[in-house]
Write a protein that binds this ligand. Sequence first.
Ligand SMILES: [Zn+2]
Length: 302
Amino acid sequence: MDGPEFRDRSPRHSRPRTTWRIFRGLAAAAVIAGAAFLAAGFIYGDPRFSGLFEVSRGTGPGTAMAGQPGQPAVAESVRTDTPPPGVEEQDEPLGHPQKPDVASESYKFLATNDDGTPVGYSPCRPLHYVVNAALAPEGAERLVEDAISTISRATGIQFVDDGPTTEAPSQSRIPYQRDVYGERWAPLLIAWTTPDQAPQLKGPVIGTGGSTHFSFGDGPKSFVTGSLELDAPQIAEDLSQTDGSAYATAVILHELGHVMGLEHVNDPVQLMYPEIGAPDGLAAGDLNGLYQLGKAQCRKDL
Ligand SMILES: [Zn+2]
């Protein structure tokens, strides 16, 4: 039995230390009665909707957030297929999130359930990922592996590298691609790409990341797949500079934070601040948010 789909994409991350913009979108979802009909609310950038908007603000950490969030994207009902439920789902979480050393409430979630719990991935199954590394700068693939290890420790989510893919990034990626990936949710797609291939990376935006969540009716939501797009030319340029790998790592961690379910915060100390000034890695708020996301519900039903 299928349920309504809610598609959620995160805000985009913009390049630091320059005039920059934040692109944000809000999910809207329509619940459609009928077993096999899924309702999809596509977020920013989907050319079918006007969910894309931008907020401009000055440079420098601590600048007050300007502008207003945009209106929710229009929802659309679509018919789609889902894989058999509970693929690889175990009775218990496969790992446990590392408890942060320092308490902090400086985090925000992209989506929450009615009971206030954050929407995350089921910790009772592995999160598979594939990498389209055709355009990856020299040495950059290792940075992705390291960042995934860091996120795995913080969330307890067990990642499985399914190897390379030729799948191109898409702003309306289909979450179940049986012909490509078999009878399971499509793996997380990590794509080294360009603004030409991924127009949302045009201008100062250096990376984007987000996940798709599903639920049955008004029931609890769970992420089932996601994608992360990295601006290969911009990151290659950064890697040629001092501290370039630390900065590139910060970008990848930030986007993975969105993938896992973290929203931007208006706190320049956190990596989920929209601008990375000092790439010191995950801060206390980021870690506490990821810790909460690592305790999401297990989902044999999805
Ligand atoms: Zn961001």
